[in-house]
Design a protein around this ligand. Sequence first.
Ligand SMILES: Cc1ncc(C[n+]2csc(CCOP(=O)(O)OP(=O)(O)O)c2C)c(N)n1
Length: 342
Amino acid sequence: MATKIESLTKETLLEWYREIVLIRKFENMCHHLYFEEKDPARKITGVYLHLATGSEATHVGAVKALGVDDHVITAYRDHGIAIARGVDPNRVMAEMMGKRTGTSGGKGGSMHLADRSVNFWGGYAIVGGHVPLGVGIALKEKYVKSGSAVLCFVGDGALNNGYFHEAANMAQVWKLPIVFLIENNLVGMGTRIEESSGQTNPVKRAAGYGMKEGPSVDGQNIVEVYEAVKAELDWSRENGPVLMESRTYRFEGHGVSDKQFDARDDLKGELAIWEARDPINVLADHIKKKYKNIDDELAKLDTEATQVVNEAVEYAVNSPAPDYNDLIANVYVALTPEYRTR
Ligand SMILES: Cc1ncc(C[n+]2csc(CCOP(=O)(O)OP(=O)(O)O)c2C)c(N)n1
């Protein structure tokens, strides 16, 4: 697909650059806080952690295609999607550390970020479990004729589970405004897509649901992702669901404890190919080609991103832990007197 870079302003491209650099630094900081941090008060503990290093262009490009009243929902690799949607990095980091000021009051952790104020619905650990929820949100928007649409990220490893099949089918039956963006990083945990799927081209599955087959885009190129997702969201508002793919890569193991990935020599060549197309460098090259003498500006954004991440850590460290009442809030129903007497 041809990229129409000219349609984007310099400010927009620089802001996207700042965000993908910020998200990369945020991910690296999480990794550090989980494994290397010695001070127990500064560590990320009590939650597991899945980083999305390498997928920043897919996450930010797709989220930027949303309008303010649109929605986004995803699985557990959700930090960058939250930040791109406008969730305060301080609150994201506080959630990592299980603090009361976190997006989910410290009860969700890395896999369960959510912020309804920006229509970011999470963050789900059950593979594919969020897909029916995304379809439900799209059903509501169609019912009230709002014109809003839903962006639903789906991992390639989620394509074969029942939640996805049932939800995709109903989305098409009801012609709902939803874009299923298959984030194809070629692997679900350690299982390659060829080992798990008869049909290894995700968008070809659209035919099975009678759904529009959307494009397959270069997930390392933020502009390409943005333009394609924007076009498909607009199509879906009027016509119904779309199944599209963003081809990307996970630079690290499935989760932070997945050291097998690091040890797999057979993947080193593949990793190098993808690292050569690091989304940060792809965007930086693109900006440098378009605007001369921009290096200082990019360096300044890089420094700013570091500051934001450092501030987020301090905010999280200095935030209170949830107390007993916080912990039981939204867990147990507050019983009314009428209910008690039944
Ligand atoms: C219903 C269910 N089955 C299995 C798992 C274990 N599991 C966690 S992540 C994962 C792989 C998912 O891969 P994919 O959807 O491609 O996402 P990625 O990790 O590549 O982002 C599996 C099988 C789970 N969490 N939920």
